[in-house]
Write a protein that binds this ligand. Sequence first.
Ligand SMILES: C[S@@+](CC[C@H](N)C(=O)[O-])C[C@H]1O[C@@H](n2cnc3c(N)ncnc32)[C@H](O)[C@@H]1O
Length: 291
Amino acid sequence: MPDVYSVITEADDAVIERVAMAMETSAADPQHEAMVADYLSRLDPSDRSRVVEIGCGTGAIARIITRLIEVGEYVGTDPSEPLLERARRFAPGGRLRFERADGADLPFDDASFDAAIIHRVLSHAPDPTAVVTEAVRVLRPGGVLAICDGDYATTTVALSATDPLQCCVAAFTPAFVNDAWVVRRLSRLATEAGVERLQVRSYGFVQVHDADYMLSIIERGAAQLVTTGTIGPQLAAALTGEAQRRVDNGIFFGHVAYGSLTATKPRMQPRSEAGKPQRARRESNPRPSDP
Ligand SMILES: C[S@@+](CC[C@H](N)C(=O)[O-])C[C@H]1O[C@@H](n2cnc3c(N)ncnc32)[C@H](O)[C@@H]1O
């Protein structure tokens, strides 16, 4: 079964509500804000006038970013209209703009933005190469690309090698993550898209007492095990109950490793690119500076 985010336009209301909650819950953890603050620290003030976020979901990262730094114009894009509807509702004072778009086919001119953010999207998008290529296309020369994602291949809730809770993570990952290894290819994706001055960082996200997000992974994994007929509802309830017991007793451990990459679009076009036709603007989709 494909990652629900990679087929998000087909998701029903219940699925949208569940993933929207999960996005908001994990972004609300201060550890998440610290990661965003770290990669934003690599943007100069001149990179902040026009910012595009690709795969913004409910706008949780948009709200963190615009709280942390002054942004002239912020455009969040996502293929899912129900998620964008939440993003518009949650954003304070209509300062942020949200538009429907697939990250592999952005409705913006070449060189329209100073910075492009791709946060927790490449692990879900069916074609990460196309998304990064589009992000670089819409960046102005000298603009900054910032990518952050989970290294879901190493997500753990296990306290030992034989901990049965880890089965929930094993079931969660293929159902909710298209590419659990993509963080390890960020440098390659960025280099092939033509950016330079790459900086890569890693972060740990750990939950022990306040474990809402990690518990949502266990719940979704346990539900997935029931859906596939691997276990019955009684065992699923026992697994989620065990996770809650650990949280209540302060002995839970849930960890997701994240990675970020920032890079700059060269000011000079490589010789091989010079003379290539630029992509035409689509009249039905106004420039971000249009009203
Ligand atoms: C885990 S959510 C992350 C949302 C938000 N960036 C955040 O971190 O809270 C993954 C997002 O990727 C979006 N997505 C999936 N495929 C995409 C694509 N091809 N282009 C752009 N976004 C995509 C989904 O709609 C979803 O909003």
